[in-house]
Write a protein that binds this ligand. Structure first.
Ligand SMILES: [Zn+2]
Length: 400
């Protein structure tokens, strides 16, 4: 029996056009770069898109998994042309060297920006389509923050967006993409894509799916998926910090009936438009936020997030206004978690645990958002920084 040969690949980055930090090939190599069989060790058993691909495909006796290339880096500034070109070249070579593929599963983000490419995912899909021909099925997974362009659906109708934020359903979408691809391959199912782009860039602060407008959108999407002829509905909030023409929100309906798909996409787009004002939130400044936290009477810990410097949404993670105010207010029993500062880490390492050290903390990448904070500190402990996350998502590449 000839097996269906299905390729698996992953190219993932969320890019902030206004960050001063460029994303180079080292970031991909240091954080998640796997070729061929290395992909099994890296992703099998993980709650990631690739983990979902692998779990579905390995159960199919008539499928041969062809692991190609996985490259992912933590969200940051735009990807350098050089880094993108190296990965694209290796991706295309791996497909070429794999010989004939019958299908391809591709995990993408959808909000990557490259120095000289506004829509690298579309560019990559175009190159892959050129290489493998027009009839080989391709299915992708995309982040809810994807800035999807209509061109993406020219290459395949099968795109599956995350339905949760924080993203904890990457694995499930990997499973859905795999099942849809197998149905096309084995049963000859024909899918149609209906796409609606909205002229809006909702801020991600109020895009959580537990409550608020995005909760409503996802519930409506799930209801629509129950209707006959509708296969999948993705709602993309977009990533507003990508300075590109295709930035912003969109809706994509994968259907078995193009007319029904089009009507559903239009309906979802008009619902999206109707809740647009609900995405806007009034946020407290640093001082107000701290005072609000102190006013809460509860035994449980209170988490105060500086959302404008979220490192997993491309922030540099070294802005200091919150730290400065916390030091100034001298609040007992508090912890300041996560500051990107390799120089200070090195100084602490040299001093050693239990010793005193003078530090100039943070404020090095983007000093316009807060100068370094001068402190006399004690090194309490040093760690290699490796930890195991046993939460619902175990991918370090999740953008939150
Ligand atoms: Zn995201």
């Amino acid at each position: 029996m000839r097996k269906h040969r299905i390729g698996i690949a992953f190219f993932y980055h969320e890019s902030h056009s206004y960050s001063p930090m460029k994303t180079e090939i080292e970031q991909f190599r240091n954080e998640g770069y796997f070729i061929g069989d290395e992909i099994y060790d890296a992703y099998i058993g993980t709650k990631t898109e690739v983990g979902g691909f692998l779990d579905v495909l390995k159960q199919e006796k008539d499928v041969e998994i062809v692991p190609l290339l996985c490259a992912a880096a933590i969200p940051s500034g735009v990807v350098s042309t050089e880094a993108y070109s190296i990965i694209e070249k290796q991706m295309l070579e791996s497909i070429q060297q794999a010989g004939g593929l019958d299908g391809l599963l591709l995990a993408l983000h959808g909000a990557m920006v490259v120095e000289d490419l506004f829509d690298p995912e579309e560019h990559l899909l175009g190159k892959i389509r050129e290489l493998i021909g027009p009839s080989v099925p391709i299915a992708t997974t995309l982040d809810m923050h994807a800035n999807l362009s209509e061109k993406m659906i020219h290459y395949t109708p099968l795109h599956f967006g995350f339905k949760t934020y924080p993203h904890v359903d990457m694995y499930e979408q990997g499973v859905h993409a795999s099942i849809a691809l197998l149905k096309q391959l084995k049963e000859g199912v024909n899918y149609y894509a209906s796409f609606e782009k909205l002229p809006m860039m909702p801020p991600s602060i109020n895009m959580r799916t537990a409550e608020g407008p995005m909760h409503k959108m996802i519930e409506w999407a799930k209801q629509a998926e129950e209707e006959e002829g509708i296969y999948n509905v993705s709602v993309f909030g977009g990533f507003p910090y990508s300075d590109i023409p295709m930035v912003g929100a969109s809706v994509l309906v994968v259907s078995l009936n193009p007319q029904k798909g089009k009507e559903t996409a239009q309906k979802m787009a008009s619902l999206f438009w109707s809740v647009r004002e609900e995405f806007i939130m009034e946020l407290p400044d640093v001082k107000e936020g701290l005072n609000l936290s102190l006013a809460i009477e509860d035994d449980k810990p209170i988490v105060l997030a500086d959302i404008s410097d979220n490192p997993l949404s491309c922030g540099s993670g070294d802005t200091t206004e919150l730290l400065r105010e916390m030091v100034h207010m001298n609040i007992p029993d508090t912890l300041f978690g996560g500051l990107y500062d390799p120089e200070s880490i090195e100084a602490c390492r040299k001093a050693g645990a239990g010793n005193k050290v003078s530090l100039s903390l943070g404020g090095k990448v983007s000093p316009e958002f807060g100068e370094p904070v001068q402190v006399e500190a004690t090194v309490v402990a040093l760690s290699d920084g490796i930890f195991h996350n046993s939460g619902p998502s175990i991918s370090i590449y999740e953008s939150i």
